[in-house]
Write a protein that binds this ligand. Structure first.
Ligand code: UD1
Length: 365
């Protein structure tokens, strides 16, 4: 099999790592196309280096822009790459503009598309990610769902016949890196030893609905500033830019502003934290897998299992950030809704099994 993966943003590089490894271990050809949606070394290159991912075969270097501009800029380069490689599958990841662009480019030239992390829903149609994932699921040929909950959403939308549950590849990489950093802890980037000497929290904020709304951003900063221990705010460039534009200083009260961290460093910081506060989907799951209480700064989550099992709470109106983040530690659980670290192997098996059937169906059409 020849797989052409399209990635562009930070969480996609994390998901790419176990897939790249599993494909190469099984002797398949893997072509990696980076759209260039994320271009800062701290959001991109460092993940390839630390997670041992092969260098991209192609980088389209599209950079930042409005949704339309960014997505449109990706399309010709993706079409060209897919046309040139004619892979068995174009593999797209998650819910970013890179995911949607690759899906559109591929289906228009009748190239089979598999969607990893299919079936996630927030049911909030104001989120760009919700448009991206719904449209991708309905256009793609093979839907690889991380959980039974995601599978149920696909079934509800009439997509069951081309959907499979494979587990969550983010658990694969998290569990591997967790064990590695326990043996050899990495040094945090741009964070003083004092800030992590005792109890501390880890926070990230990057979603448009939080960063681009001055009232919500102010409420988040106020909540984090009021926490009773240092809050390492790992600041995405979008957060830094909009806070400056609105005149909201980030370094207030307990907040310690720090740069985005490499993945192993993030895992090491989270596993020793008192709690996590975030609007990131990946970090909600990482906190759960490391059994660190999470407070989610959103009105809904796609990762409902983390809430049902008691390790994640939503603070949609941001009225109780400090109170929720200091709640007692939840009851222990040995549930593993995201699998036990072997999802990438299941993905490769499903791609392989579905390849012949898809080729046949398209040939007959
Ligand atoms: C994107 C994804 C989001 C994902 C997130 C992970 C979409 C619609 N959103 O959001 O689902 O959770 O990545 O981080 O695809 N910027 C830089 N350097 C970079 C990249 C971005 O400075 O390397 C700045 C630019 O000002 C840019 C802004 O961040 O305009 C937003 O970047 P963008 O890629 O559009 O979306 P993210 O917020 O990163």
């Amino acid at each position: 099999m020849k797989i052409l993966s399209v990635v562009g943003a930070r969480p996609q590089f994390v998901k790419l790592a176990p897939i790249d490894r599993a494909l190469r271990d099984a002797g398949h050809e893997h072509v990696i196309v980076h759209t260039g949606q994320h271009y800062d070394p701290a959001l991109s290159q460092v993940f390839f280096d630390d997670l041992g991912i092969a260098a991209p075969d192609l980088n389209l270097e599209v950079g930042s822009g409005s949704h339309a501009t960014q997505t449109a800029r990706m399309l010709p380069g993706l079409e060209d790459a897919i046309e040139r490689h004619r892979p068995t599958w174009v593999l797209v990841y998650g819910d970013t503009n890179s995911t949607l662009a690759a899906t559109l480019a591929a289906v228009k030239i009748h190239q089979p598309v598999a969607h990893l992390e299919a079936g996630l829903r927030s049911f909030n149609r104001r989120m760009p990610e919700e448009h991206n994932r719904v449209l991708t699921d309905h256009a793609a040929d093979l839907l690889l769902a991380p959980t039974p909950t995601a599978m149920a959403h696909l079934t509800d939308e009439g997509l069951a016949s081309r959907s499979r549950v494979v587990g969550d590849v983010m658990a694969d990489v998290l569990l591997r890196v967790r064990d590695a950093v326990r043996a050899d802890p990495p040094v945090p980037v741009g964070i003083s030893a004092d800030a992590v000497a005792d109890e501390y929290f880890v926070a990230t904020v990057h979603r448009a609905e939080n960063t681009d709304d001055p009232d919500r951003l102010q409420a988040i900063v106020d909540g984090l500033a009021a926490l009773p221990a240092p809050v390492l705010l790992l600041a995405h460039p979008r957060l830094v830019a909009t806070a400056a534009r609105f005149g909201i200083p980030l370094e207030q009260g307990s907040i310690v502003v720090a740069p985005p961290q490499p993945y192993p460093t993030l895992v090491a910081l989270v596993q020793d934290a008192r709690g996590v506060l975030t609007d990131s989907g990946g970090l909600q799951k990482e906190a759960f897998l490391l059994r660190v209480p999470c407070t989610t700064l959103r009105t809904e989550t796609e990762w409902v299992e983390t809430v049902e099992l008691g390790w994640n709470v939503l603070d949609g109106d941001l009225s109780a950030v400090a109170e929720l983040a200091t709640r007692p530690t939840p009851a222990p659980t040995d549930a593993h809704p995201y699998g036990t670290g072997d999802a990438a192997g299941a993905v490769v098996r499903e791609l392989s099994a579905a390849a012949d059937a898809t080729a046949l169906a398209r040939g007959a059409a």
